[in-house]
Design a protein around this ligand. Structure first.
Ligand SMILES: [Zn+2]
Length: 191
């Protein structure tokens, strides 16, 4: 009988634990405190492994798992809840498949080797959606890999430009030699 009750409680908890997990935690904590007060002087392994004890532990675990899932199943772009396995991990967060589809990325249609989501950020997806831009995931992934294979073309920082201008002026004024200039230039560019 006890086993049947335990099974029924756990079964119904699994069915509803997503939505009611915060309440499950509350009920479990109240039950736990109640049991603690009641059994505080005879608290033993027997109490812990009794049916009520197991139910309380089970409820606590389900509640915690459900609450964790509840907190971590929100799409970073549209803010809606998504079901388990209905999301992809982009560079900085998780995004639901609907939001990916809105920018032309149908993850389920793509070969598993294409990880276009790794090239996208939440801000970028929001911008693409806002401007109704559809991307070609295969092309984008190829471009991303090609970019990864070859070193990025160096873009100068503002400080480097200022330093190089100053250096050129020193050379033109005859304060430093061409050799000095070349050495210093390499140092500024870090090559
Ligand atoms: Zn979404």
């Amino acid at each position: 009988m006890g086993t049947v009750i335990l099974f029924l409680v756990i079964y119904s908890a699994i069915t509803f634990f997503k939505k009611v997990s915060p309440y499950i935690i509350l009920v479990a904590v109240i039950l736990y405190i109640y049991t603690l007060i009641k059994k505080i002087f005879i608290f033993s392994w027997q109490a812990l492994t009794s049916v009520p004890g197991l139910i309380i532990i089970g409820l606590l675990l389900l509640g915690l798992i459900g609450y964790y899932g509840y907190r971590h199943n929100r799409c970073a772009v549209c803010g809606k809840m998504y079901r388990q396995n209905q999301y992809v991990a982009v560079t900085d967060d998780k995004v639901c498949l609907n939001c990916m589809q809105a920018i032309g990325v149908d993850v389920k249609q793509l070969p598993t080797a294409v990880h276009v989501e790794k090239t996208l950020t939440v801000a970028e997806i929001k911008a693409l959606q806002k401007n109704n831009i559809i991307i070609d995931p295969l092309q984008r992934w190829e471009a991303y890999q090609a970019k990864d294979a070859t070193p990025e073309s160096s873009t100068l920082t503002a400080k480097q430009v200022t330093d190089l201008r100053e250096l050129k002026r020193l050379l033109d004024d005859g304060i430093i030699t061409q050799a000095d200039f070349d050495a210093k230039k390499r140092q500024i560019l870090g090559i």
